[in-house]
Design a protein around this ligand. Structure first.
Ligand SMILES: [Zn+2]
Length: 63
């Protein structure tokens, strides 16, 4: 039985941002320092404040 501990697949992590004013949602890749409820810049639609509402990872499907 062989197991490789070094070949761990790194799944991409995503950050979901949401505008507190108009509710616009955007998805981007996770960046260092991201955490939920962190302010994340300006909304491109209404210039409101974007906050991070969700951080998740898509785990690779394994058999
Ligand atoms: Zn907005």
């Amino acid at each position: 039985m062989k197991r490789s501990y070094n070949k761990e697949v790194k799944a991409p992590v995503y950050t979901i941002e949401e505008c507190t004013q108009c509710g616009l949602k955007s998805k981007r890749f996770f960046q260092d320092g991201d955490y939920v409820y962190r302010r994340s810049g300006k909304c491109g639609k209404c210039n409101g404040t974007m906050i991070i509402t969700y951080i998740y990872t898509e785990k690779p499907i394994t058999e």
